[in-house]
Design a protein. Structure first.
Length: 105
């Protein structure tokens, strides 16, 4: 049941974000982080990079909750999804995300 609640809250927050029509993963991740934090989720906002299927490395921001990546921009990253966003639990996809170390910033 808790996973369904996360899915619903995640969807609602992403629909709110889509009203801004910003398209910037850094801004959208910040909005998602703030929205889920207000709902009581212990989320983290992360900045790093993502390696797409075509090998292109993209500077990227995302939100993490427990062992899940809450992705606001699945479309830009070419991650298959029914929406522009996706809850990612697949280890093969999660391995393509890398957090910046303080020396990389």
């Amino acid at each position: 049941m808790e996973n369904k609640k996360l899915e619903m809250d995640f969807m609602v927050e992403n629909l709110k974000i889509s009203l801004h029509n910003n398209g910037n993963c850094h801004h959208n991740s910040k909005l998602l982080f703030e929205g889920l934090k207000k709902l009581g989720y212990n989320v983290k906002i992360i900045t790093g990079f993502f390696i797409r299927d075509d090998g292109k490395t993209i500077k990227h921001s995302w939100v993490e909750f427990e062992d899940k990546i809450l992705e606001t921009d699945a479309e830009q990253l070419h991650i298959e999804s029914n929406f522009a966003w996706k809850i990612i639990e697949d280890k093969n996809i999660k391995n393509r995300y890398t957090k910046f170390k303080s020396s990389q910033i």
